[in-house]
Design a protein around this ligand. Structure first.
Ligand code: DGY
Length: 318
């Protein structure tokens, strides 16, 4: 009998190929209801999950003692209870390295759009309300030559910094540990979070969501930023206090924000939805076909490796 593998959402075809020899269940395109998810997990040896599914102790127990691997199709894995998995001897894998450049493109796209008021001006044009060219119309702030502050200088943070370098920006960063390679390669200057917030013209967040980074950017931190500054978040919503950010945008405490992630996706704080100076994307950071293919294949290959007695390529808890 082939092992049972559950894929919790429809994924690119490329990711299903390696799983063909298994007893494969693929759920729907939309996130499954909890009951459906728990039911489908029963008896699975491997699960290919997405960020929309809570893979907690209840899920693992529903799957049963045969569950050996949860392969999350994302670099972030805050939706998986890694401790509960460890206690049950379940390996958890993620998809690092294959989505850095695409996610960095998204961060830079949001940065440019927020700086140059693209969302607001495009909405005006589409509404048929663009009446004339004007010397003061939709005037934004320059990106080139400014200071880019990266919070979390991992692979994605460094990829964003490289884009900033291409725009002639000065790179500042804050990270748990110094990144000497990045300092050499990108001329990046390390600083404490407070100093970075006070100094940077653009702040781009690239930390994982952990107990320490929950609301890392709140009212106090936003209060330290320049009134002309732009905040970009493509990491996880709860790293930024969304209500405090909405207030900062309402009060002109900062110039603009570019967001791809939210505290309670798919809900977005109503005040943010009203703000012209917020560019809001629906969690599309890694959303290119090529990258989604790579993520799906890596997740699937991790399952195949583990179920055939080999080491998965990208475990998070081994
Ligand atoms: C990730 O990889 O963590 C993204 O948020 C999902 O694409």
């Amino acid at each position: 009998m082939p092992d049972k593998v559950l894929v919790t959402r429809e994924i690119p075809e490329a990711g299903l190929q390696p799983l063909q020899g298994y007893d494969l269940t693929v759920l729907s395109e939309a996130p499954p209801e909890r009951d459906e998810l728990l039911e489908a997990a029963r008896g699975a040896s491997g699960v290919l999950s997405n960020v929309t599914e809570k893979i907690d102790a209840e899920f693992m127990d529903a799957a049963g003692s045969g569950l050996k691997i949860v392969a999350n199709m994302a670099v972030g894995y805050d939706n998986v209870d890694v401790e509960a998995a460890k206690e049950r001897g379940i390996v958890v894998t993620n998809t690092p390295g294959v989505l850095d450049e695409t996610t960095a493109d998204t961060a830079f796209m949001l940065l440019l759009a927020a700086a140059r008021r693209l969302g607001e001006s495009e909405r005006t044009l589409r509404a048929g309300e663009w009446e004339w060219w004007g010397p003061k119309l939709f005037v934004g702030v320059d990106v080139w030559g400014k200071r880019l502050g990266i919070v979390g200088m991992g692979r994605i943070g460094q990829a964003v910094a490289r884009r900033g370098k291409g725009f002639g920006m000065e790179i500042l960063y804050h990270n748990r540990s110094r990144k000497e390679d990045a300092e050499r390669e990108l001329d990046a200057r390390y600083m404490g979070l407070e100093e970075l917030l006070q100094t940077a013209d653009f702040v781009s967040i690239h930390t994982p969501l952990t107990d320490e980074t929950q609301h890392l950017i709140g009212a106090d931190e936003l209060g330290k930023m320049k009134p002309t500054a732009v905040l970009v978040n493509t990491s996880r919503g709860p790293v930024v206090d969304e209500a405090a950010l909405a207030d900062a945008l309402v009060n002109g405490r900062i110039f603009a924000a570019g967001l791809d992630v939210y505290e309670e996706e798919p809900k977005v704080h109503p005040k943010l939805l009203e703000r012209e100076n917020a560019v809001l994307a629906p969690h599309i950071g890694s959303g290119s076909q090529e990258t989604r293919d790579r993520m799906a294949v890596l997740a699937a290959e991790n399952i195949v490796a583990l179920l055939s007695g080999k080491e998965p390529k990208t475990p998070v808890n081994q």
